[in-house]
Design a protein around this ligand. Structure first.
Ligand code: NAD
Length: 500
Protein backbone atom coordinates (compact mmCIF):
# COMPACT_ATOMS: atom_id res chain seq x y z
CA UNK A 1 0.00 0.00 0.00
CA UNK A 2 1.36 3.49 -0.86
CA UNK A 3 2.35 5.68 2.09
CA UNK A 4 1.55 9.29 1.15
CA UNK A 5 -1.92 10.36 2.25
CA UNK A 6 -3.21 13.29 0.21
CA UNK A 7 -6.82 14.46 -0.16
CA UNK A 8 -8.14 11.29 1.43
CA UNK A 9 -6.20 8.97 -0.94
CA UNK A 10 -3.15 6.78 -0.35
CA UNK A 11 -0.59 7.51 -3.06
CA UNK A 12 2.93 6.72 -4.21
CA UNK A 13 5.30 9.63 -4.64
CA UNK A 14 4.74 11.45 -7.95
CA UNK A 15 8.37 10.72 -8.83
CA UNK A 16 7.98 7.03 -7.96
CA UNK A 17 10.97 7.30 -5.62
CA UNK A 18 11.26 5.24 -2.45
CA UNK A 19 13.37 5.15 0.72
CA UNK A 20 14.44 2.13 2.73
CA UNK A 21 13.84 2.48 6.46
CA UNK A 22 16.27 0.50 8.63
CA UNK A 23 16.24 -0.28 12.35
CA UNK A 24 19.14 1.58 14.04
CA UNK A 25 19.54 -1.26 16.54
CA UNK A 26 20.79 -3.77 13.98
CA UNK A 27 20.63 -2.22 10.52
CA UNK A 28 17.87 -4.58 9.33
CA UNK A 29 15.35 -3.34 6.79
CA UNK A 30 12.05 -2.28 8.33
CA UNK A 31 10.25 -1.29 5.12
CA UNK A 32 10.53 0.54 1.84
CA UNK A 33 8.30 3.64 1.76
CA UNK A 34 7.42 6.32 -0.77
CA UNK A 35 9.82 9.26 -0.85
CA UNK A 36 7.77 12.37 -1.50
CA UNK A 37 9.00 15.45 -3.33
CA UNK A 38 7.93 19.01 -4.08
CA UNK A 39 5.02 17.93 -6.32
CA UNK A 40 3.52 15.79 -3.52
CA UNK A 41 4.06 18.54 -0.97
CA UNK A 42 2.20 21.08 -3.10
CA UNK A 43 -0.64 18.63 -3.78
CA UNK A 44 -0.99 18.05 -0.04
CA UNK A 45 -1.07 21.79 0.69
CA UNK A 46 -3.72 22.29 -2.02
CA UNK A 47 -5.83 19.49 -0.51
CA UNK A 48 -5.55 20.96 2.99
CA UNK A 49 -6.44 24.41 1.61
CA UNK A 50 -9.59 23.08 -0.09
CA UNK A 51 -10.56 21.14 3.01
CA UNK A 52 -10.20 24.28 5.09
CA UNK A 53 -11.92 26.69 2.69
CA UNK A 54 -14.70 24.38 1.49
CA UNK A 55 -14.78 21.36 3.78
CA UNK A 56 -16.78 20.72 6.93
CA UNK A 57 -13.99 20.32 9.49
CA UNK A 58 -13.48 24.02 10.51
CA UNK A 59 -17.25 24.25 11.12
CA UNK A 60 -17.64 20.92 12.90
CA UNK A 61 -18.96 21.58 16.40
CA UNK A 62 -16.21 21.51 19.02
CA UNK A 63 -17.76 18.57 20.94
CA UNK A 64 -17.57 16.48 17.75
CA UNK A 65 -13.95 17.46 17.22
CA UNK A 66 -13.27 16.50 20.84
CA UNK A 67 -15.00 13.15 20.31
CA UNK A 68 -12.71 12.36 17.39
CA UNK A 69 -9.62 13.13 19.50
CA UNK A 70 -10.93 10.87 22.28
CA UNK A 71 -11.49 8.12 19.72
CA UNK A 72 -7.83 8.45 18.65
CA UNK A 73 -6.80 8.07 22.31
CA UNK A 74 -9.00 4.97 22.64
CA UNK A 75 -7.47 3.51 19.49
CA UNK A 76 -3.95 4.19 20.79
CA UNK A 77 -4.77 2.32 23.96
CA UNK A 78 -6.33 -0.58 22.06
CA UNK A 79 -3.41 -0.83 19.62
CA UNK A 80 -0.67 0.17 22.05
CA UNK A 81 1.67 -2.73 21.41
CA UNK A 82 1.42 -2.43 17.64
CA UNK A 83 2.09 1.35 17.71
CA UNK A 84 4.98 0.82 20.15
CA UNK A 85 6.42 -1.89 17.91
CA UNK A 86 6.34 0.44 14.87
CA UNK A 87 8.02 3.20 16.89
CA UNK A 88 10.72 0.88 18.24
CA UNK A 89 11.56 -0.55 14.82
CA UNK A 90 12.00 2.93 13.32
CA UNK A 91 13.93 4.46 16.25
CA UNK A 92 15.66 1.45 17.85
CA UNK A 93 14.18 2.60 21.15
CA UNK A 94 13.31 0.04 23.83
CA UNK A 95 9.84 -1.43 23.29
CA UNK A 96 9.00 -0.66 26.93
CA UNK A 97 9.85 3.03 26.41
CA UNK A 98 7.74 3.12 23.26
CA UNK A 99 4.83 1.64 25.23
CA UNK A 100 5.20 4.46 27.78
CA UNK A 101 5.29 6.96 24.90
CA UNK A 102 1.98 5.58 23.58
CA UNK A 103 0.40 6.15 27.02
CA UNK A 104 1.67 9.73 26.92
CA UNK A 105 0.36 10.25 23.40
CA UNK A 106 -3.12 9.06 24.39
CA UNK A 107 -3.12 11.54 27.28
CA UNK A 108 -2.11 14.34 24.89
CA UNK A 109 -5.13 13.60 22.65
CA UNK A 110 -7.39 13.51 25.73
CA UNK A 111 -5.99 16.80 27.02
CA UNK A 112 -6.76 18.64 23.78
CA UNK A 113 -10.15 16.94 23.56
CA UNK A 114 -10.91 18.42 26.98
CA UNK A 115 -9.85 21.88 25.78
CA UNK A 116 -11.57 21.82 22.37
CA UNK A 117 -14.96 22.88 23.66
CA UNK A 118 -13.84 24.51 26.89
CA UNK A 119 -13.34 28.15 25.88
CA UNK A 120 -15.96 29.86 23.71
CA UNK A 121 -14.26 33.25 23.83
CA UNK A 122 -15.46 36.23 25.86
CA UNK A 123 -17.86 39.13 25.87
CA UNK A 124 -16.40 42.61 26.18
CA UNK A 125 -18.35 45.21 28.16
CA UNK A 126 -18.24 48.35 26.02
CA UNK A 127 -20.52 50.25 28.39
CA UNK A 128 -23.01 50.78 25.51
CA UNK A 129 -26.21 48.75 25.60
CA UNK A 130 -26.65 48.78 21.80
CA UNK A 131 -23.19 47.34 21.15
CA UNK A 132 -22.37 43.71 21.51
CA UNK A 133 -18.63 43.14 21.45
CA UNK A 134 -17.24 39.67 21.63
CA UNK A 135 -13.98 37.80 21.17
CA UNK A 136 -14.26 34.52 19.31
CA UNK A 137 -11.72 31.84 18.45
CA UNK A 138 -11.32 30.52 14.95
CA UNK A 139 -8.89 28.02 13.47
CA UNK A 140 -5.75 29.52 11.92
CA UNK A 141 -6.19 27.63 8.64
CA UNK A 142 -3.78 25.28 6.87
CA UNK A 143 -1.00 24.09 9.18
CA UNK A 144 2.24 22.42 8.14
CA UNK A 145 3.49 20.23 10.97
CA UNK A 146 7.13 19.12 10.79
CA UNK A 147 8.46 16.64 13.34
CA UNK A 148 11.76 14.95 14.33
CA UNK A 149 12.82 11.30 14.79
CA UNK A 150 13.47 11.06 18.53
CA UNK A 151 9.86 10.91 19.79
CA UNK A 152 8.11 10.59 16.42
CA UNK A 153 4.45 10.12 17.36
CA UNK A 154 4.68 12.00 20.66
CA UNK A 155 6.02 15.16 18.97
CA UNK A 156 3.41 14.69 16.25
CA UNK A 157 0.60 14.43 18.82
CA UNK A 158 1.64 17.77 20.39
CA UNK A 159 0.82 19.35 17.01
CA UNK A 160 -1.92 17.22 15.42
CA UNK A 161 -4.15 17.11 18.52
CA UNK A 162 -4.37 20.90 19.08
CA UNK A 163 -4.51 21.59 15.33
CA UNK A 164 -7.59 19.35 14.99
CA UNK A 165 -9.08 20.49 18.31
CA UNK A 166 -9.09 24.06 16.98
CA UNK A 167 -10.61 23.07 13.60
CA UNK A 168 -7.56 23.42 11.34
CA UNK A 169 -6.54 21.26 8.42
CA UNK A 170 -2.94 20.14 8.10
CA UNK A 171 -0.08 18.52 6.24
CA UNK A 172 2.17 16.39 8.43
CA UNK A 173 5.84 15.92 7.50
CA UNK A 174 7.48 13.46 9.89
CA UNK A 175 11.20 12.78 9.95
CA UNK A 176 12.21 10.81 6.86
CA UNK A 177 13.89 8.31 9.21
CA UNK A 178 10.80 7.41 11.27
CA UNK A 179 7.57 7.52 9.20
CA UNK A 180 5.62 4.51 10.45
CA UNK A 181 3.65 5.85 13.38
CA UNK A 182 2.66 8.89 11.30
CA UNK A 183 1.27 6.47 8.69
CA UNK A 184 -0.61 4.65 11.50
CA UNK A 185 -2.08 7.96 12.68
CA UNK A 186 -3.33 8.90 9.20
CA UNK A 187 -4.99 5.51 8.78
CA UNK A 188 -6.63 5.95 12.16
CA UNK A 189 -7.90 9.48 11.46
CA UNK A 190 -9.27 8.33 8.10
CA UNK A 191 -10.89 5.31 9.68
CA UNK A 192 -12.49 7.47 12.38
CA UNK A 193 -14.13 9.64 9.73
CA UNK A 194 -12.03 12.80 9.59
CA UNK A 195 -13.20 14.59 6.42
CA UNK A 196 -11.18 14.15 3.24
CA UNK A 197 -8.22 16.54 2.94
CA UNK A 198 -8.30 17.64 6.58
CA UNK A 199 -5.24 15.49 7.36
CA UNK A 200 -2.50 14.90 4.81
CA UNK A 201 0.82 13.09 5.08
CA UNK A 202 3.92 13.77 3.03
CA UNK A 203 7.06 11.71 3.59
CA UNK A 204 10.48 12.70 2.35
CA UNK A 205 13.66 14.63 3.04
CA UNK A 206 13.17 17.96 4.80
CA UNK A 207 15.25 19.91 2.30
CA UNK A 208 13.06 18.63 -0.59
CA UNK A 209 9.51 18.70 0.75
CA UNK A 210 9.96 21.35 3.45
CA UNK A 211 10.57 24.56 1.44
CA UNK A 212 7.63 24.19 -1.00
CA UNK A 213 5.34 24.03 2.02
CA UNK A 214 7.00 26.58 4.30
CA UNK A 215 7.13 29.09 1.40
CA UNK A 216 3.61 28.42 0.10
CA UNK A 217 1.14 31.32 0.32
CA UNK A 218 -1.59 28.72 0.90
CA UNK A 219 -0.16 27.77 4.28
CA UNK A 220 -1.12 29.83 7.34
CA UNK A 221 1.04 28.29 10.06
CA UNK A 222 4.19 26.19 10.32
CA UNK A 223 4.87 24.32 13.53
CA UNK A 224 8.34 22.83 13.51
CA UNK A 225 10.20 20.63 15.99
CA UNK A 226 13.78 19.83 15.18
CA UNK A 227 17.29 21.23 15.22
CA UNK A 228 18.33 24.88 15.33
CA UNK A 229 19.77 25.00 11.80
CA UNK A 230 16.60 23.63 10.16
CA UNK A 231 14.45 25.80 12.46
CA UNK A 232 16.15 28.96 11.24
CA UNK A 233 15.60 27.88 7.61
CA UNK A 234 11.91 27.32 8.31
CA UNK A 235 11.59 30.75 9.90
CA UNK A 236 13.27 32.47 6.93
CA UNK A 237 11.11 30.55 4.44
CA UNK A 238 7.93 31.45 6.32
CA UNK A 239 8.82 35.15 6.62
CA UNK A 240 8.05 36.03 3.00
CA UNK A 241 4.34 35.35 3.52
CA UNK A 242 4.31 36.30 7.23
CA UNK A 243 3.10 32.90 8.34
CA UNK A 244 2.64 32.09 11.93
CA UNK A 245 5.68 30.14 13.08
CA UNK A 246 6.04 27.93 16.14
CA UNK A 247 9.51 26.47 16.74
CA UNK A 248 10.56 23.79 19.22
CA UNK A 249 14.30 23.56 18.80
CA UNK A 250 17.22 22.11 20.66
CA UNK A 251 18.50 22.53 24.17
CA UNK A 252 21.71 22.38 26.13
CA UNK A 253 20.15 21.86 29.46
CA UNK A 254 21.81 22.57 32.83
CA UNK A 255 21.30 20.23 35.75
CA UNK A 256 22.54 22.12 38.83
CA UNK A 257 23.35 20.21 42.03
CA UNK A 258 24.04 22.16 45.23
CA UNK A 259 25.93 20.52 48.09
CA UNK A 260 22.79 20.61 50.24
CA UNK A 261 20.83 18.39 47.81
CA UNK A 262 19.57 14.88 48.50
CA UNK A 263 22.58 13.45 46.69
CA UNK A 264 21.27 9.92 46.31
CA UNK A 265 18.23 11.18 44.41
CA UNK A 266 20.18 13.91 42.57
CA UNK A 267 22.84 11.55 41.21
CA UNK A 268 20.36 8.85 40.22
CA UNK A 269 18.29 11.45 38.36
CA UNK A 270 21.42 12.95 36.79
CA UNK A 271 22.02 9.54 35.20
CA UNK A 272 18.47 9.40 33.83
CA UNK A 273 18.57 13.08 32.84
CA UNK A 274 21.28 12.52 30.25
CA UNK A 275 21.30 8.81 29.40
CA UNK A 276 17.56 8.28 28.87
CA UNK A 277 17.04 7.25 25.23
CA UNK A 278 20.82 7.57 24.85
CA UNK A 279 20.63 11.34 25.23
CA UNK A 280 18.41 11.81 22.16
CA UNK A 281 16.00 13.93 24.16
CA UNK A 282 15.71 17.68 23.56
CA UNK A 283 15.57 18.29 27.33
CA UNK A 284 18.47 15.92 28.16
CA UNK A 285 20.44 17.10 31.19
CA UNK A 286 23.69 17.11 29.25
CA UNK A 287 25.38 19.80 31.38
CA UNK A 288 25.90 18.71 34.96
CA UNK A 289 26.84 21.71 37.09
CA UNK A 290 27.96 20.68 40.61
CA UNK A 291 29.08 22.58 43.68
CA UNK A 292 32.81 22.09 44.20
CA UNK A 293 32.67 20.41 47.61
CA UNK A 294 30.56 17.50 46.28
CA UNK A 295 32.20 17.28 42.85
CA UNK A 296 34.38 14.22 43.52
CA UNK A 297 31.59 12.25 45.17
CA UNK A 298 29.07 13.07 42.41
CA UNK A 299 31.46 12.35 39.55
CA UNK A 300 32.69 9.05 41.02
CA UNK A 301 29.15 7.80 41.35
CA UNK A 302 28.12 9.13 37.93
CA UNK A 303 31.03 7.32 36.28
CA UNK A 304 30.24 4.06 38.10
CA UNK A 305 26.61 4.26 37.02
CA UNK A 306 27.41 5.26 33.40
CA UNK A 307 29.74 2.28 32.99
CA UNK A 308 27.06 -0.09 34.27
CA UNK A 309 24.34 0.92 31.75
CA UNK A 310 23.34 -2.00 29.54
CA UNK A 311 22.91 -1.24 25.84
CA UNK A 312 20.72 -3.30 23.55
CA UNK A 313 17.99 -3.46 20.96
CA UNK A 314 14.28 -2.69 21.36
CA UNK A 315 13.23 -6.24 22.22
CA UNK A 316 16.19 -7.14 24.47
CA UNK A 317 14.60 -7.20 27.93
CA UNK A 318 17.93 -6.72 29.68
CA UNK A 319 18.77 -3.51 27.78
CA UNK A 320 18.41 -0.18 29.58
CA UNK A 321 18.90 2.07 26.58
CA UNK A 322 19.26 1.70 22.83
CA UNK A 323 21.27 2.92 19.85
CA UNK A 324 21.64 6.33 18.25
CA UNK A 325 19.40 6.95 15.25
CA UNK A 326 21.99 6.65 12.47
CA UNK A 327 25.64 6.21 11.56
CA UNK A 328 25.83 9.93 10.69
CA UNK A 329 24.47 10.91 14.06
CA UNK A 330 26.93 8.64 15.85
CA UNK A 331 29.80 10.22 13.93
CA UNK A 332 28.59 13.66 15.04
CA UNK A 333 28.47 12.60 18.70
CA UNK A 334 31.96 11.08 18.39
CA UNK A 335 33.29 14.35 16.96
CA UNK A 336 31.92 16.34 19.93
CA UNK A 337 33.56 13.96 22.40
CA UNK A 338 36.90 13.99 20.57
CA UNK A 339 36.86 17.78 20.36
CA UNK A 340 36.04 18.15 24.06
CA UNK A 341 39.05 16.01 24.94
CA UNK A 342 41.22 18.11 22.62
CA UNK A 343 39.91 21.25 24.33
CA UNK A 344 40.96 19.89 27.72
CA UNK A 345 38.03 17.87 29.12
CA UNK A 346 38.85 14.61 30.92
CA UNK A 347 37.17 11.47 29.58
CA UNK A 348 36.12 9.35 32.55
CA UNK A 349 33.64 6.90 30.99
CA UNK A 350 32.62 5.78 27.50
CA UNK A 351 33.88 7.87 24.64
CA UNK A 352 32.91 5.84 21.59
CA UNK A 353 31.14 2.83 20.12
CA UNK A 354 31.04 -0.21 22.44
CA UNK A 355 33.36 -3.10 21.85
CA UNK A 356 30.60 -5.72 21.95
CA UNK A 357 30.28 -7.85 18.78
CA UNK A 358 26.56 -8.34 19.45
CA UNK A 359 26.05 -4.60 19.06
CA UNK A 360 28.30 -4.21 16.03
CA UNK A 361 25.46 -3.80 13.50
CA UNK A 362 23.71 -1.03 15.47
CA UNK A 363 24.66 2.61 15.99
CA UNK A 364 25.43 2.30 19.70
CA UNK A 365 27.48 4.78 21.71
CA UNK A 366 28.74 4.21 25.23
CA UNK A 367 27.39 6.43 28.01
CA UNK A 368 30.10 9.07 28.25
CA UNK A 369 31.25 11.33 31.11
CA UNK A 370 33.50 14.33 30.41
CA UNK A 371 34.84 16.05 33.52
CA UNK A 372 36.62 19.40 33.80
CA UNK A 373 34.35 21.01 31.21
CA UNK A 374 34.02 24.78 30.79
CA UNK A 375 31.44 26.94 29.05
CA UNK A 376 33.86 27.77 26.24
CA UNK A 377 33.97 24.17 24.97
CA UNK A 378 31.87 23.26 21.94
CA UNK A 379 30.73 20.06 23.71
CA UNK A 380 29.22 22.31 26.40
CA UNK A 381 27.72 24.88 24.06
CA UNK A 382 26.38 22.74 21.20
CA UNK A 383 23.79 20.02 21.30
CA UNK A 384 25.49 16.64 20.77
CA UNK A 385 22.13 14.85 21.18
CA UNK A 386 23.92 11.74 22.40
CA UNK A 387 24.72 9.97 25.71
CA UNK A 388 27.33 12.53 26.72
CA UNK A 389 27.40 14.51 29.96
CA UNK A 390 29.85 17.33 30.62
CA UNK A 391 30.65 18.23 34.23
CA UNK A 392 31.25 21.85 35.27
CA UNK A 393 31.97 23.03 38.79
CA UNK A 394 30.96 26.14 40.73
CA UNK A 395 31.70 27.57 44.17
CA UNK A 396 31.17 30.73 46.20
CA UNK A 397 32.37 32.08 49.52
CA UNK A 398 28.82 33.01 50.54
CA UNK A 399 25.34 31.63 49.91
CA UNK A 400 24.61 34.35 47.36
CA UNK A 401 27.95 33.96 45.61
CA UNK A 402 27.43 30.22 45.16
CA UNK A 403 23.96 30.79 43.71
CA UNK A 404 25.19 33.56 41.41
CA UNK A 405 28.04 31.35 40.18
CA UNK A 406 25.73 28.40 39.43
CA UNK A 407 23.19 30.59 37.64
CA UNK A 408 25.86 32.34 35.53
CA UNK A 409 27.15 28.99 34.24
CA UNK A 410 23.66 27.52 33.71
CA UNK A 411 22.52 30.55 31.70
CA UNK A 412 25.70 30.75 29.61
CA UNK A 413 24.15 29.15 26.52
CA UNK A 414 22.27 30.30 23.44
CA UNK A 415 19.61 27.71 24.30
CA UNK A 416 16.88 27.91 26.92
CA UNK A 417 14.74 24.79 26.82
CA UNK A 418 14.89 23.09 30.22
CA UNK A 419 16.98 22.64 33.34
CA UNK A 420 16.93 21.47 36.93
CA UNK A 421 18.08 22.60 40.36
CA UNK A 422 18.73 20.24 43.26
CA UNK A 423 18.75 21.57 46.84
CA UNK A 424 17.04 20.66 50.10
CA UNK A 425 16.78 24.39 50.82
CA UNK A 426 13.44 25.31 49.23
CA UNK A 427 14.21 29.03 49.32
CA UNK A 428 17.46 28.52 47.43
CA UNK A 429 15.81 26.18 44.91
CA UNK A 430 13.07 28.74 44.20
CA UNK A 431 15.54 31.63 43.95
CA UNK A 432 17.67 29.76 41.45
CA UNK A 433 14.67 28.43 39.49
CA UNK A 434 13.33 31.95 39.06
CA UNK A 435 16.62 33.17 37.56
CA UNK A 436 17.26 30.29 35.13
CA UNK A 437 16.40 31.37 31.56
CA UNK A 438 14.92 28.07 30.42
CA UNK A 439 11.32 27.19 29.52
CA UNK A 440 10.92 24.32 31.99
CA UNK A 441 12.65 24.11 35.37
CA UNK A 442 12.47 21.03 37.54
CA UNK A 443 13.21 21.39 41.25
CA UNK A 444 14.49 18.14 42.77
CA UNK A 445 13.37 16.16 39.73
CA UNK A 446 14.25 15.69 36.07
CA UNK A 447 12.23 14.96 32.92
CA UNK A 448 8.60 14.45 34.02
CA UNK A 449 5.96 16.44 32.19
CA UNK A 450 2.18 16.47 31.92
CA UNK A 451 0.21 17.58 28.86
CA UNK A 452 -1.64 20.13 30.99
CA UNK A 453 1.58 22.18 31.44
CA UNK A 454 3.16 24.28 28.69
CA UNK A 455 6.40 23.13 27.04
CA UNK A 456 8.80 25.23 24.99
CA UNK A 457 11.99 27.18 24.84
CA UNK A 458 13.41 30.59 25.65
CA UNK A 459 16.21 32.16 23.60
CA UNK A 460 17.22 30.04 20.59
CA UNK A 461 15.34 26.99 21.86
CA UNK A 462 12.28 28.22 20.08
CA UNK A 463 9.22 30.37 19.69
CA UNK A 464 5.84 29.62 21.22
CA UNK A 465 4.64 26.86 23.49
CA UNK A 466 3.19 23.40 22.99
CA UNK A 467 0.84 21.56 25.39
CA UNK A 468 -0.97 23.31 28.24
CA UNK A 469 -3.42 26.04 27.28
CA UNK A 470 -0.95 27.94 25.10
CA UNK A 471 -0.48 24.81 22.96
CA UNK A 472 -4.06 25.22 21.74
CA UNK A 473 -3.79 29.01 21.35
CA UNK A 474 -1.01 28.52 18.75
CA UNK A 475 -3.66 27.02 16.48
CA UNK A 476 -6.36 29.64 16.99
CA UNK A 477 -7.00 33.06 15.57
CA UNK A 478 -8.61 35.63 17.84
CA UNK A 479 -11.34 37.67 16.21
CA UNK A 480 -13.22 40.64 17.61
CA UNK A 481 -16.83 40.99 16.46
CA UNK A 482 -18.45 44.37 17.10
CA UNK A 483 -22.21 44.43 16.55
CA UNK A 484 -24.15 47.70 16.63
CA UNK A 485 -27.82 46.85 17.18
CA UNK A 486 -28.87 50.50 16.68
CA UNK A 487 -27.11 51.55 13.44
CA UNK A 488 -26.71 55.32 13.10
CA UNK A 489 -24.87 57.76 10.88
CA UNK A 490 -21.29 58.46 11.85
CA UNK A 491 -21.56 62.15 10.78
CA UNK A 492 -17.81 62.56 10.91
CA UNK A 493 -17.48 64.34 7.55
CA UNK A 494 -19.68 67.17 6.52
CA UNK A 495 -22.46 65.94 4.19
CA UNK A 496 -23.65 69.27 2.80
CA UNK A 497 -25.00 68.00 -0.56
CA UNK A 498 -27.21 65.38 0.98
CA UNK A 499 -30.99 65.65 1.19
CA UNK A 500 -31.05 63.17 4.03
P1 NAD B 1 16.14 18.17 11.98
O1 NAD B 1 16.11 19.63 12.16
O2 NAD B 1 17.22 17.58 11.17
O3 NAD B 1 14.79 17.66 11.32
C1 NAD B 1 13.53 17.89 11.92
C2 NAD B 1 12.47 17.81 10.85
O4 NAD B 1 12.64 18.93 9.97
C3 NAD B 1 12.55 16.57 9.97
O5 NAD B 1 11.25 16.16 9.64
C4 NAD B 1 13.28 17.09 8.74
O6 NAD B 1 13.01 16.33 7.59
C5 NAD B 1 12.70 18.48 8.64
N1 NAD B 1 13.50 19.46 7.89
C6 NAD B 1 14.84 19.51 7.74
N2 NAD B 1 15.19 20.57 6.97
C7 NAD B 1 14.04 21.22 6.67
C8 NAD B 1 13.74 22.40 5.93
N3 NAD B 1 14.68 23.14 5.34
N4 NAD B 1 12.45 22.78 5.83
C9 NAD B 1 11.47 22.07 6.43
N5 NAD B 1 11.69 20.95 7.13
C10 NAD B 1 12.97 20.52 7.26
O7 NAD B 1 16.10 17.56 13.44
P2 NAD B 1 16.17 16.03 13.86
O8 NAD B 1 17.61 15.62 13.72
O9 NAD B 1 15.12 15.25 13.17
O10 NAD B 1 15.75 16.10 15.40
C11 NAD B 1 16.64 16.38 16.41
C12 NAD B 1 16.48 17.81 16.87
O11 NAD B 1 15.14 18.05 17.30
C13 NAD B 1 17.34 18.12 18.06
O12 NAD B 1 17.99 19.37 17.87
C14 NAD B 1 16.34 18.21 19.21
O13 NAD B 1 16.75 19.01 20.27
C15 NAD B 1 15.15 18.75 18.54
N6 NAD B 1 13.94 18.46 19.33
C16 NAD B 1 13.37 19.47 20.04
C17 NAD B 1 12.25 19.22 20.84
C18 NAD B 1 11.61 20.32 21.65
O14 NAD B 1 10.55 20.10 22.23
N7 NAD B 1 12.16 21.50 21.72
C19 NAD B 1 11.70 17.94 20.87
C20 NAD B 1 12.32 16.93 20.13
C21 NAD B 1 13.44 17.20 19.36
Amino acid sequence: MPELFIDGEWRDAASGETRTITCPADGTEVAVVSEGGARDALDAVAAARRAFDEGPWPHTPAPERAALLRAVADRLEAEKDEVARLESLDTGKRFYESQLDVDDIASVFRHFADLAAADAGRVVDTGMSHISSRIVHEPVGVCVLITPWNYPLLQTSWKVAPALAAGNTFVLKPSELTPHTAIWLMKTLDDLGLPKGAANLVLGAGAEVGPPMTESPDVDLVSFTGGLVSGKRVMVAAAETVKRVALELGGKNPNVIFADADLDAAIDNAVTAVFLDSGQVCSAGARLIVEEEIHDQVVAELVRRAKAIRLGGPFDDSAETGPLISAEHRAKVQAYVDQAVEEGATLLAGGGAPDDPELANGYYFEPTVLDGATTTMSAVQEESFGPVVTVETFSGATRDEAEDAAIAIANDTIYGLAGAVWSENAGRAERVASRLRHGTIWINDYHPYVPQAEWGGMKQSGIGRELGLAGLEEYRETKHIWHNTRPARADWFADEGSDA
